[in-house]
Write a protein that binds this ligand. Sequence first.
Ligand code: ZN
Ligand code: ZN
Length: 174
Amino acid sequence: MGRLLAAHMRVSPLLQILTTAWSIVEVLTGKLLPQQPEGAGIAAAVKVVQEVVTSQQRLPALRQRKQLSSPSFWQVKVRQQLLPALQTLATAAAAAVAAAPEEQQLRIARSLATRVCANPGCLNLRGCSEGRLRSRRCSGCLVARYCCCECQVADYAVHGRVCRQLGAEANAAL
Ligand SMILES: [Zn+2]
Ligand SMILES: [Zn+2]
């Protein structure tokens, strides 16, 4: 974890984490799923992430940058609050997406395709170096991107169902 914090002292990967955190919350809070999955600690975890992310977003740009590079923000907000909450949410998000009807999976896949990693359960936090963050695309649709092989494998059961359609849509948009 120390290595993770040290590796993330530059601003852009930190923003990436907050963005990823936010998109996991969006999957879970009805923007992408019709109803929030119920389970131990989910509502509380959503609240934690919303609090950390929106309090960050409300700051003026200069203070935002300052906070993102402040060790205490990482120690207290991210490491102690955000990460455990995200772990809970990412697990619930992946399970909810896997259980969703196919038409909904397609909608979710479209939206996750704009992320660094299309795996809904990806936290993209485990010591991800610049190298790991460099995205790899699914060779089937050329739309979905993954941060690593593990995420591509984890998402395959769901992505396999929507891959062809995503590829066709991307082609039609050209
Ligand atoms: Zn990933
Ligand atoms: Zn694909």
